[in-house]
Design a protein around this ligand. Structure first.
Ligand code: ZN
Length: 459
């Protein structure tokens, strides 16, 4: 156990107590006040994701399955940060903890599994309605392109967002964030992209900011003005790209509404040349970049790597030489198997080939109304195991530490180590492999977001 006597000034939470993970403590949802001191003890398997070698950069090769497990573990958090990680025995022997135990909120994990809160590094939460017509059309056999051509797809979500008030959008985002917390997610990347006018893209980013203020987890906002070419710019896509570059990106940067700029680079959306143009504008305004790539068709990635994209997402279609190239970079390839599942595709991204070649990979939900209406990271992990042949251990690292890398937040998120944010998930299972095994449900019993405890379902 790291010594905790040098923690400096502490303000104690006034209502200390014991919470038993095997008991039922439902209604409080988020505690109003952040407890200053929180101890999770009696953890059966504590997945720290700490890498013994200390090798820098995103996890790749065999490091992707190194979970840094401590049996009979304990974690102490102060002021929203992790300060001490070890065994329960070590924790209980600690003189500082002994002296102050009565004033610490304690969670008895009853032998269950604790891991870093999931980092969902790819979501589209700003929308109003589910796309049920698309759902039925697809079941009847229409393709992604046919649905888009018939006025469905991304464009059909535009009307709802353009007509909605900011408060309604913020409430929708917050509902999703709460649901995510209930499933063990503590950090969420949230994209705009269903407005596609300057006004409605800014409104979407403001709604994300408003929801983020009301949620104790961490939200990373992304401008996805380049999602598709909206109907009013049909046949004039270059004109729309200019609007993204000269209006949306400068406004989002100036108002600090986005940290990233994303582009859907594919045959139904934006060309590689347009993607480069948008990346150049983002870089000029100090925003980092990421892209949807290789979902429907293969695109060579070499021209994008000079922008050091944090992540290239989907990558169902990728050529051999790009796999070799990506293995030499810290750009994370983020798989979103929920989309493949929901679209009823037979093929999934070639995860095994990429992992074995040394490409760093992450997993995300791609939460969106058209192609992946799920907020459940454990479900994404389960799909990665069954359809992409990732091991349960690999799926956990991809959903935590490499998700943090995909957001350039690995110094704060994705592993349970002293100094990192107190973002933790308690799963009501005895063995971590059960997390992707029990697919489709929710075994997360408690989530800690920046030191704030969340228990129970949001719905
Ligand atoms: Zn997406």
């Amino acid at each position: 156990m790291t010594p905790i006597s040098g923690c400096g000034h502490r303000q104690w939470f006034s209502q200390p107590g014991l919470i038993n993970c095997s008991g039922v403590v439902r209604s409080p949802k988020f505690s109003r006040r952040q407890p200053s001191a929180l101890l999770l003890a009696n953890i059966g398997q504590l997945l720290t994701l700490r890498l013994a070698s200390g090798k820098p950069g995103p996890r790749r090769d065999s490091d992707l399955k190194a979970l840094g497990i401590i049996a009979h573990g304990a974690v102490l958090c102060l002021g929203g940060k992790i300060v001490s990680v070890g065994t329960t025995k070590e924790a209980l022997r600690d003189p500082w903890l002994k002296k102050n135990r009565k004033r610490i909120i304690e969670i008895d994990c009853a032998g269950k599994v604790v891991l870093p809160g999931f980092v969902d590094s790819h979501t589209h939460p700003v929308f109003v309605s589910p796309r049920l017509v698309d759902f039925e059309k697809r079941i009847e056999g229409a393709s992604y392109e046919q649905i888009a051509a018939a006025g469905g797809g991304i464009r059909s979500s535009l009307e709802g967002v353009r007509n909605a008030g900011k408060k309604l959008l913020a409430d929708k985002v917050l509902d999703a964030l709460r649901d995510m917390a209930a499933h063990g997610t503590t950090t969420v990347e949230a994209k705009s992209g269903y407005g596609l006018t300057i006004e409605s893209e800014m409104k979407s980013l403001e709604a994300i900011a408003e929801a983020a203020r009301r949620w104790p987890g961490t939200v990373v906002p992304t401008l996805l003005g380049a999602h598709v070419v909206p109907a009013e710019f049909q046949g004039r896509s270059q004109k729309y790209v200019e609007t993204v570059c000269t209006e949306m990106i400068p406004q989002a940067a100036k108002r600090k509404l986005a940290q990233f700029v994303d582009v859907f680079c594919d045959k139904v959306a934006f060309s590689p040349e347009q993607t480069v143009q948008i990346f150049e504008a983002a870089t000029q305004y100090g925003l980092k970049v990421r892209a949807h790539m290789g979902q429907l068709s293969e695109t060579a990635v070499a021209s994008f790597l000079r922008f050091d994209p944090a992540s290239l997402d989907h990558m169902d279609h990728v050529n051999e030489s790009d796999v070799v190239l990506l293995a030499k970079h810290n750009t994370v390839v983020t798989f979103v198997p929920g989309a493949n599942y929901f679209l009823g595709l037979r093929d999934f991204a070639p995860a095994r080939k990429m992992i074995d070649a040394g490409v760093p990979v992450a997993l995300a939900t791609d939460y969106n109304p058209g192609t992946s209406p799920t907020i459940n990271m454990a479900m994404a992990m389960s799909l990665a195991c069954t359809h992409m042949k990732m091991s349960p251990a690999e799926s956990i690292a991809a959903a935590t530490i490499n998700g943090a890398w995909a957001l350039r937040l690995a110094d704060r998120k994705g592993s349970i180590e002293a100094g990192k944010d107190a973002d933790l998930a308690v799963f009501d299972v005895d063995d971590y492999r059960e997390i992707p095994y029990w697919f489709g449900g929710n075994r997360c019993s408690t989530t800690v977001l920046g030191g704030v405890i969340y228990q129970g379902s949001s719905r």
